[in-house]
Design a protein around this ligand. Structure first.
Ligand code: 2AM
Ligand code: CA
Length: 259
């Protein structure tokens, strides 16, 4: 396919994501294996691997010239964003999946020549599908998400992991000056929440492209701003820090962090 048919890919990606979600809900009722990866914060289960494999088989069959960058490494070794690349986290929020059986998502970003075209973040247990096609708006299930409104810091809810305050004490300024801090433990969902206005910003110090790619496309469609913590563009090829925000408080946040 020389010219990707974005509307078609968008619909198919939504269908596959729903199907994968059904399979995850079924597999949760059975026993599955849990392994630690880098440390006790980093878990993977058979369900993560099964779900990534499901997408790999579907994509290879229907779009053989597309490449896959997936967290579990069952796709391709992707070192650039040439052509069409599906950036997939089969389960974002695996710790929540294992401990809470909720607050986890399937996250998919589909990029073409380095540009994000499709974003899907599916909260499997809440059955909330956040989705966007570049230039066609972002949706939560059937509802179109409005452009992000103007807000001020003292009426904003911000989201970051408590551990990051220990790494950068300047985050205390945000704790003091915002309306409150939340932490959900699934980056893609937190980005989706910024996109739909449930929170006004999300910060992380250690994310991979698959944690961010789906949410990035969602945020672009509603006018959100997304850079790394230093304010630089994200590559979607390497791990990075993240600052995603409603545009009306993005500068306020960077002033309070970087002075
Ligand atoms: P995961 O559940 O897919 O691993 C938790 O604060 C958020 O950070 C989740 O989105 C989680 O994704 C992600 N995360 C946890 N450990 C990570 C790591 N070592 N590198 C990148 N992202 C990580
Ligand atoms: Ca994951």
């Amino acid at each position: 396919m020389t010219q990707p048919q974005w509307e078609t890919i968008y619909k198919i990606a939504q269908q596959w994501t729903k199907e994968a979600g059904e399979q995850i809900r079924t597999m949760m009722g059975d026993t599955y294996e849990i392994h630690t990866k880098a440390n006790q914060h980093d878990l993977v289960t058979d369900v993560d691997r099964h779900t990534e494999l499901f997408f790999k088989e579907k994509i290879n069959e229907h779009f053989p010239d597309h490449r896959i960058m997936g967290e579990e490494g069952l796709g391709d070794e992707v070192k650039d964003l040439d052509g069409t690349v599906w950036i997939i986290d089969p389960i974002d929020g695996t710790v929540n999946f294992v401990h809470q059986q909720c607050y986890f998502a399937i996250s998919i970003g589909i990029f073409h020549e380095g540009v994000g075209f499709i974003g899907i973040v599916y909260d499997v247990m809440a059955d909330e599908m956040f989705m966007a096609l570049k230039g066609h708006g972002a949706f939560l299930n059937n509802e179109e998400l409005p452009k992000l409104p103007n807000v001020s810091m003292n009426e904003s809810l911000l989201s970051f992991n408590a551990g990051w305050v220990l790494k950068d004490r300047r985050l205390e300024n945000l704790v003091k000056e915002s309306r409150g801090i939340r932490s959900y433990g699934a980056a893609s969902l937190e980005l989706a929440y910024v996109a739909c206005g449930r929170i006004e910003a999300y910060i992380s110090f250690n994310l991979a492209p698959w944690d961010m790619a789906g949410g990035y496309v969602l945020l672009n469609e509603v006018g959100g701003v997304m850079t790394n913590y230093e304010g630089n563009e994200l590559s979607f090829l390497d791990k990075d820090t993240l600052l995603a925000a409603n545009p009306s408080i993005y500068d306020d946040i960077t002033k309070r962090i970087h002075g």
